[in-house]
Design a protein around this ligand. Structure first.
Ligand SMILES: *Cc1c(COP(=O)(O)O)cnc(C)c1O
Length: 495
């Protein structure tokens, strides 16, 4: 199977090349030329095997220049009970007969990004070998809070790689920042960017399309890649957990084989929800995708009106990993729905130049058959954390709570009637202060780690050890740069 760029379908490369490059030099994103189909009975058979085998199977359908055995080796190392604290790796919690939570936050950095970023180092280093590349890969990552740490953890001291992370200064939770700035390892660097996530992501994208910069690095023995969800290697491991959750729902009798479900995803860069869309394209019976945003509700407006307009205030919210106005992965969905590459390029040019594009009615009608969108502001998000805790004894983090709130709205409006799965994207302990306020409303302790302890005492839930250990760690990285200084910053780090 070959991969093409959203902006040039004639440029065909292999899966390993797509993973190596991350972003296409024409500014487009790589995607598979066609979607592999799950054979009949595959969902039944996958139900009987452990997570790492399910994942290796799904990966093998997309990454055809990797063997199944090779992929199984990687998934076995990446998805171990030791790392994820549970044999199930992606367990489900039942809130009621119609509503399940897919817990994606049991990995080493307590967010769903671990599913991709525990695996990506194996995929990427294998991709380098397959393509006889003897250069050191420099992985550049823009993060709104969780990708950075997950990427640092995955690539820390991996031979032949270096990893540089850019996060928006002052816009992550304190725990998220400490997770990144205390990171150990010889091959890592972390920088705060004076700006928001979009500025950081845009800075990284510009570097990727700067051929002079690439040539300069090449001479120094480096090649660039990305650990953001613009990299296909980030998305494909996420498809696996949607396939897996369908198998689990069938296994535990919640649904019958073939029954349609709805999937609710708290969304920022549109990567996680797009992975669910690919699962459907492969044959997983999903009817609707419910795209949940926080107050940065550019996607809600897009799905409602067909107009994507990033010219709007940027809000800093209590779900910081979704504080995004340019959802990069939407380009992959639009590519699949557009009538021509020229049309897609027009929209993307509109976005780059005026910050706006508008889809024709016929295309929006098709998209709306599958996608439903809504948003929740911080107050609604906190009310939802409180309500879900009181009613079901389930503690949701602010991102997951945005998903739960939008699901409830859709249910009331009669937009969803299938059994629904909400993706739980982070541990509530990453956002202990806001979660505590939501369920207790008492005065918060000033110290972040005392908040973790109070949250543990109030809920009886364990503090993830990796987060509690942060209190002893010194911050290693304190450099700040402007978005336009990112290239210079990278060069001086590599020198
Ligand atoms: C990254 C992230 C999201 C958004 O996921 P996208 O793939 O960017 O849509 C939501 N919640 C949490 C906790 C995240 O870390």
């Amino acid at each position: 199977m070959y991969y093409i760029s959203t902006r040039d379908p004639n440029n065909r490369i292999t899966a390993s090349q797509a993973i190596m490059k991350g972003l296409s030099a024409d500014g487009g994103l790589f995607l598979p030329e066609e979607i592999p189909q799950l054979p009949k009975n595959a969902l039944e058979e996958l139900g009987n095997i452990p997570y790492c085998e399910r994942a290796a199977y799904v990966l093998s359908l997309f990454l055809t220049d990797f063997s199944y055995d090779e992929l199984l080796q990687y998934t076995t190392k990446a998805y171990s009970a030791a790392k994820f604290g549970t044999e199930k790796i992606a367990p489900m919690a039942k809130l009621n007969d119609r509503l399940y939570v897919l817990e994606l936050y049991h990995g080493p950095t307590c967010a769903f990004k671990d599913f991709a970023l525990q695996l990506l180092p194996y995929l990427l280093t294998a991709a380098l070998r397959k393509n006889h590349c003897d250069k050191t890969v420099v992985i550049l990552t823009a993060t709104s809070g969780d990708t950075g740490k997950a990427a640092l953890e995955g690539f820390c001291d991996v031979n032949g790689t270096k990893i540089g992370v850019f996060y928006p200064d002052g816009a992550t939770s304190k725990i998220q920042r400490l997770q990144m700035t205390t990171q150990g390892g010889e091959n890592v660097a972390v920088f705060a960017v004076k700006g928001n996530f979009d500025d950081a992501q845009n800075g990284v994208k510009q570097i990727f399309t700067d051929t002079d910069f690439a040539a300069d690095l090449c001479e120094k023995g480096y090649v660039l890649s990305s650990a953001n969800s613009i990299n296909w290697g980030r998305l494909v491991p996420q498809i696996a957990y949607y396939v897996s959750c369908y198998c689990d729902l069938c296994q535990n009798g919640a649904i019958k084989q073939g029954e349609k479900i709805d999937v609710v995803v708290p969304t920022g860069n549109f990567g996680n929800i797009l992975a669910a869309y690919y699962a459907k394209q492969m044959g997983v019976p999903i009817e609707h995708f419910i795209c949940a945003s926080n107050q940065n509700n550019v996607l809600t407006e897009f799905f409602t009106t067909g107009r994507y307009d990033r010219n709007r205030p940027f809000y800093t919210t209590i779900s910081p990993s979704m504080d995004i106005l340019v959802s990069s992965n939407l380009e992959r969905l639009l590519f699949m729905q557009s009538h021509s590459t020229e049309q897609l390029k027009d929209w993307m040019q509109g976005l780059a130049k005026q910050g706006v594009y508008e889809l024709p009615k016929d295309i929006m009608q098709e998209i709306r058959k599958e996608f439903i969108a809504g948003f929740a502001d911080d107050a609604e998000c906190k009310q939802t954390i409180n309500h879900i805790w009181k009613k079901y004894g389930y503690l949701a983090d602010p991102h997951t709570a945005v998903g739960l709130k939008v699901y409830q709205d859709c249910l009331k409006a009669g937009k969803t009637s299938n059994i629904a799965v909400v993706a739980a994207t982070a541990s509530p302990f990453k956002f202990a202060g806001d979660v505590l306020q939501a369920i207790e409303k008492d005065e918060l302790p000033a110290d972040e780690f005392e908040r973790l302890t109070v949250l543990k005492n109030v809920t009886g839930l364990p503090i993830p050890d990796a987060l509690y250990q942060l209190r002893h760690k010194a911050e290693r990285f304190t450099k700040t740069c402007k978005p336009q200084e990112m290239p210079k910053t990278i060069l001086s780090w590599l020198a």
